[in-house]
Design a protein around this ligand. Structure first.
Ligand SMILES: CC(C)(COP(=O)(O)OP(=O)(O)OC[C@H]1O[C@@H](n2cnc3c(N)ncnc32)[C@H](O)[C@@H]1OP(=O)(O)O)[C@@H](O)C(=O)NCCC(=O)NCCS
Length: 176
């Protein structure tokens, strides 16, 4: 019985989910700020004033609608516990050469699971269904970006078979 109560199902995002997902985007950003070793990311109290959750969700939905993408939510008997967004990557001939092979690429752009639900396989389920969506569209290569200090996410993606390919470097606090 307990297993049934906490069972997670994955479904497409609907507009009724908007308020919950907006708050989750704020919690997501707050989490990233909490692991930011050089404390540059903005914390939740400031995000609310910017209406960050709404703006970020709008941007994500626009991106997936323009790029053959999808937004799935995970829910259990208590409500939504996570989400994933995925889309196809547009490539021109030059990109194809840089990648080394002519293949369709899919990108996981967002992945989040609420704190109390972590460690129960929810993200793995979300990733599986997002990858299948992209694979059904012809993608044989998946990519994603991850914030370097987010070690938990990096370990998680490694477990799913993702390996590091690009590194973004930054240099901060230069004087003008
Ligand atoms: C990274 C993140 C998405 C992982 O979500 P999750 O639902 O906890 O992930 P899973 O449960 O599928 O896998 C996580 C761990 O649980 C383990 N696990 C998987 N299925 C399990 C199960 N049925 N029971 C117990 N543990 C399980 C996994 O092996 C993994 O082990 P680890 O802790 O050693 O890494 C989550 O921590 C999160 O939302 N973080 C904040 C947002 C974020 O960082 N997003 C990624 C940005 S790029």
């Amino acid at each position: 019985m307990a297993a049934l109560k906490t069972a997670v199902r994955i479904r497409r995002y609907s507009n009724h989910d908007r308020a919950v997902i907006e708050r989750m985007f704020e919690n997501f950003q707050d989490y990233l700020a909490s692991v930011d070793d050089i404390r540059r990311l903005v914390r939740k109290n400031a995000l609310r004033r910017l209406d960050y959750g709404r703006a970020y969700l709008n941007k994500t939905l626009k991106d997936i609608s323009e790029n053959n993408g999808v937004f799935y939510v995970a829910e259990n008997s208590r409500g939504i516990v996570g989400f994933v967004a995925a889309r196809m990557v547009k490539q021109d001939k030059i990109d194809a050469i840089e990648i080394g092979r002519k293949e369709s690429i899919g990108e996981i752009t967002e992945l989040y699971v609420t704190q109390s639900q972590r460690g129960k396989g929810t993200a793995q389920k979300l990733m599986g269904i997002a990858e299948k969506y992209l694979n059904d569209k012809g993608c044989t290569h998946m990519k994603l970006n991850v914030f370097a200090p987010n070690m938990r996410a990096r370990r998680f993606y490694q477990k799913l078979g993702y390996t590091e390919r690009m590194l973004e470097l930054g240099k901060y606090n230069l004087t003008k």
